[in-house]
Design a protein around this ligand. Structure first.
Ligand code: SF4
Length: 84
């Protein structure tokens, strides 16, 4: 099973919670203070996306869970089910 992180970057408020709880996947930009998904692709819609393995799913669920503005989403690839 693989998953996809989707980050609505334009609505990130730069609180740093995701980077604190999951620094392997989340880092703060020194340019505009918003967070970035490490290694992600930034789409023209302003959303970052990255495929992750099942092993990396729980730590990114933790990151999504601490986001105060709910701009971190996780989907199942295949079914397209949005998990958060
Ligand atoms: S937890 Fe949410 S609002 Fe805070 S930096 Fe991460 S994505 Fe942005």
């Amino acid at each position: 099973m693989t998953y996809k992180i989707r980050h609505d970057r334009s609505n990130c408020i730069g609180c740093t919670a995701c980077a604190a709880i999951c620094p392997q996947f989340w880092e703060m930009s020194s340019e505009d203070g918003k967070s970035d998904v490490v290694g992600s692709v930034l789409g023209s819609d302003g959303w970052e996306e990255l495929e992750i393995s099942e092993a990396d799913f729980p730590k990114n669920m933790d990151a999504a869970g601490v986001c105060p503005v709910n701009v971190i989403h996780l989907m199942k690839i295949g079914s397209g089910e949005q998990l958060i």
